[in-house]
Structures are given as C-alpha cells and as structure tokens.
Write a protein that binds this ligand. Sequence first.
Ligand SMILES: Nc1ncnc2c1ncn2[C@@H]1O[C@H](COP(=O)(O)OP(=O)(O)O)[C@@H](O)[C@H]1O
Ligand SMILES: [Mg+2]
Length: 242
Amino acid sequence: MTLLEVRGLSVHYGAVQAVHEVDFTVEEGAVVSLLGANGAGKTSTIKAICGAAPYRGSIRFRGRSLPQNAARVRAAGVGHVPEGRHVFGGLTVADNLRLGGWGKRRDRSSEIYQLFPRLAERRRQLAGTLSGGEQQMLAIGRALMGEPDLLLLDEPTLGLAPVLCDEIFDRIRDVSAMGSTLVLVQQHTSRALALADYVLVMRGGRVIARGIPDDFADEEALSAAYLGDEMPHGGLNNLEKT
Ligand SMILES: Nc1ncnc2c1ncn2[C@@H]1O[C@H](COP(=O)(O)OP(=O)(O)O)[C@@H](O)[C@H]1O
Ligand SMILES: [Mg+2]
C-alpha cells in the first residue's frame, strides 16, 4: 500500500526554486533513502511534506491531501526529525519526550528509553547539556513519541563521530524493524544504501536517479548519478563515507 505520494512538488524561496517537479511514492513499511549533495533540495522536500515550507504540487498521505500546516501534518501521523536536531535545550530529556507525545493517549516513553538507554540515564538532565549524538537520539525519540506512521529523518548523523553514526543507524534499523515507514535523508551514502528498500538521488532540486539499492551497488554508477559532472572520476571516494 502506498503511504505517501508526492507529485509535481516544487518549492520556491522567493525567486530561488529549490525543488523542481519532484515525484515519488513511499510504500508502507519501507525505508526510502533520499540522497544528494549539499544544496540538492532534500531538506526543502522534507519540509514541504511536513507542512513547514509552502509548495506547489500534491502531497497525499494515505490517499488524502496533507494540510500545509506542521501541527496538522503531525496529527495526521507524519513525524519529523529536523536537520540540526532542534531539541528544547532548556527542558529535561523527559520533558522533551513528553512534548513529543503531546495529545497522544499512550505514553511511549518507556519504549523510547529501552531503545536509547543513554536517554534513560539522562532523563532528568537538561537537553542542552547532552552531547550531539544524545541530542540526536532525543530528537528521534521525541518524534517517535507522536506514534508516527511515517517518520522523516533529515541527516540524523550529520556531524557525529563514526561510532555514534553506527549507533544511530542501528537504532534507525530497529525503528524500521518495528514496522515504521521511514524516509531517510543522507548526504553520505553507504549506510543509507544498506538500510534502504528504495533510493532516490536528488541534484539541483530534481530527482536524477532512483531505484533499489542493488541498482547503485556499482559505486561508479552512484557516483555518476550523485555528483554528475561536477566532480572528476572517483568523486565518491573523495567523500567521507559514514
Ligand atoms: N530559507 C531559504 N531561503 C532561500 N534559499 C534557500 C532556503 N533554504 C534552502 N535554500 C536553497 O534551496 C536549495 C536547496 O536547499 P536544501 O533543501 O536545504 O538542500 P539540501 O537539504 O539537499 O542540502 C539550496 O540552493 C539552498 O541554498
Ligand atoms: Mg538539508
């Protein structure tokens, strides 16, 4: 069953067009990795779905048009872990989670603490005093508190040490195994490919390649699609692989 259907999506910031007529669908239970270099339009695409950026085109969730309003999109069952985390630094871990579960009858915090034991140890600590990796865990936990049917994760390992990236990816894999549908935005490719059921590659605001991860197993094929003509041969090898 198709959970999310994006058709002819365009996002403008004044005169700048960040997303050009993007089409894709997300099947229920799938992990879709949205790849692309910095500036490709990934965040703008995610923000449009979340109701956080005005857009043209159609975004349907379970066959219904999503409102262009972040609170109502969340209420419809779409969770968002924004780029740069944005936890409430002046609130405790527990209060951040509580806010994520606002309006929900069920309290999932014990499940979240099981998923991220580090958060359980720090539940009374102010979120602003957590490490970057812990803040990322909290941002994911907070989004999961809303019991989303679809979770959009925007570069969840950006700026984290490799060992923490591994941990975050393992937990994302756990969340997927629990049955969640995920859209995972990443600049770096190898882990995102390993997790994905389907891959979209954006460049210059357009989806320039799509397929199953096997289609991108040949690194040069991905490199060519990913970087286009902007990089010399072996471009992908020059990227930090996370
Ligand atoms: N608030 C904004 N105002 C103007 N231009 C923006 C804004 N946000 C993003 N852009 C531009 O839109 C393009 C796509 O950005 P973004 O969606 O953040 O890409 P990505 O997440 O793939 O790095 C870039 O050229 C960026 O400079
Ligand atoms: Mg981005």
